[in-house]
Design a protein around this ligand. Structure first.
Ligand code: ATP
Ligand code: MG
Length: 402
């Protein structure tokens, strides 16, 4: 993926390296003690001083912690950061769901929640997926308003009373959530609950004027950027500091774990962790699922073979081969130089196995004539070159093929 990360740099994002573990307290506060992630899925350990530390289940909390700890509010705003690395959750392992998995994510922290920020971060995400060769990704978006009586809290009250009326038709998980976190009922994937959920009130009808204006503007901004989206009123996040924009991206070939990315706005989080009032939005891509989907569609890039495999025989040829490898590498080609002498037949077999584009053949004849043989492995065609001509030729081939 490293090459695809360049997309983030083109949008002005810098990389942040985050610790693998943090104090349990950080995740309990930032992710929420009531969430599945913290209450059931976190790997927590007691340290020698009896404080509790946890393997990170996600990275937004760490980014916000770092923003506060390193006084990033005094940098040019907004601060735009991306990260990549392993996350840990104690889940039942299955296709697309692992206990150690990998996320690639980004966060924008600063003073404004202008709809252009939401739209641009989503545009970046879709550009990234496009660069990866992902096809059939679908972007769903929603607004969950903000945590106030005239907005989301009013909706949750309405939702709860609608749910009370159908409670006996729901499964045990959803029944519990009617009391603890009614929004989460909308997340249910249970077949038997779908028809009931379809009759529940929609948040769009309860947004306050400001949240509605923001949501409409985000949608318009996506359209201006040519980003296709679908609205999904059931896309919610169960935590108070999440607000307004939420989004999710699904990809084909993944069965029921088909979400490859989740994201949203979390304007209250930095303040909740003891920092200054700060607006924030971010996303996390599930890299394992992204790769699975690419594999399913035959799009996963097999590790790229070498540009040039140098087949050499004899001491003098080895010295020339070492020099050739150095020059080719300096010019940016990937080169395999076998450390032991191999018969040409065996060497060419290795070159094939490695998926090399060319084999450079260096034997006694080539060295004495100062004419080197370049074999194009896909066609079997062989051409002789002087040393400088060879570099020129390869450089020209590269520029015409890219
Ligand atoms: P899910 O509903 O699939 O459990 P989630 O809501 O827990 O997802 P987020 O916390 O939003 O997921 O994480 C963002 C992305 O990380 C997900 O969309 C998914 O692609 C990936 N992800 C989450 N948990 C796992 C896991 N255990 N194994 C592999 N990928 C995961
Ligand atoms: Mg989960």
């Amino acid at each position: 993926m490293a090459n695809e990360y360049k997309v983030f740099a083109t949008f002005g994002f810098g990389e942040i390296r985050l610790p693998i573990f943090e104090s349990t307290e950080l995740f309990a506060r930032a992710v929420g003690g009531e969430t599945d992630i913290v209450s059931k899925e976190m790997y927590s350990f007691e340290d020698r001083d009896e404080t509790s530390i946890s393997l990170r289940p996600e990275a937004t909390a760490s980014v916000c912690r770092a923003y506060i700890e390193h006084g990033m509010q005094s940098l040019a705003q907004p601060v735009k950061l991306f990260y990549a690395g392993p996350m840990f959750r104690r889940e039942r392992p299955q296709k697309g769901r692992y206990r150690q998995f990998y996320q690639i994510g980004a966060e924008i922290l600063g003073g404004t929640d202008a709809p252009g920020i939401d739209a641009e971060v989503i545009e970046m995400l879709m550009t990234f997926f496009d660069k990866c060769g992902l096809e059939g990704a679908t972007l769903y978006i929603n607004s969950i308003g903000h945590n106030a009586p005239e907005c989301r809290r009013g909706y949750v009250a309405d939702l709860k009373s609608a749910l009370e009326k159908v409670k006996d038709k729901l499964g045990p998980d959803s029944q519990r959530r009617v009391d603890t976190n009614p929004l989460r009922v909308l997340d249910s994937k249970l077949e038997s609950e779908q028809a009931i959920i379809a009759t529940l009130p929609h948040i769009a009808d309860h947004l306050c004027d400001e949240c509605k204006t923001h949501y409409d503007a985000v949608n318009r901004q996506l359209e201006v950027r040519g980003v296709l989206y679908r609205e999904n009123w059931r896309l919610v996040r169960g935590l108070d500091y999440y607000m307004r924009t939420t989004f999710e991206i699904t990809a084909p070939g993944l069965g029921s774990q088909n979400a490859v990315c989740g994201g949203g706005r979390y304007d209250g989080l930095v303040e909740l962790l003891g920092g200054p009032p700060t607006k924030g939005i971010g996303f996390a891509i599930g890299e394992d699922r992204l790769l699975l989907s690419l594999q399913e569609s035959g799009k996963s890039q097999a590790p790229k073979g070498r540009d040039v495999y140098i087949a050499w025989m004899g001491e003098r040829a080895y010295a020339a081969a070492i020099r050739a490898a150095k020059d080719l590498r300096k010019a940016g080609f990937s080169v395999e130089l076998p450390p032991l002498e191999l018969k040409f037949g065996k060497a060419l077999g290795q070159a094939d196995k490695l998926g090399a584009t060319y084999a450079l053949i260096l034997g006694d004849n080539e060295v004495s004539e100062a004419l080197w043989t370049l074999k194009t492995l896909s066609t079997g065609e062989q051409t002789k070159f002087t040393e400088p001509d060879l570099l020129d030729y390869l450089a020209k081939q590269r520029s015409t093929s890219s």
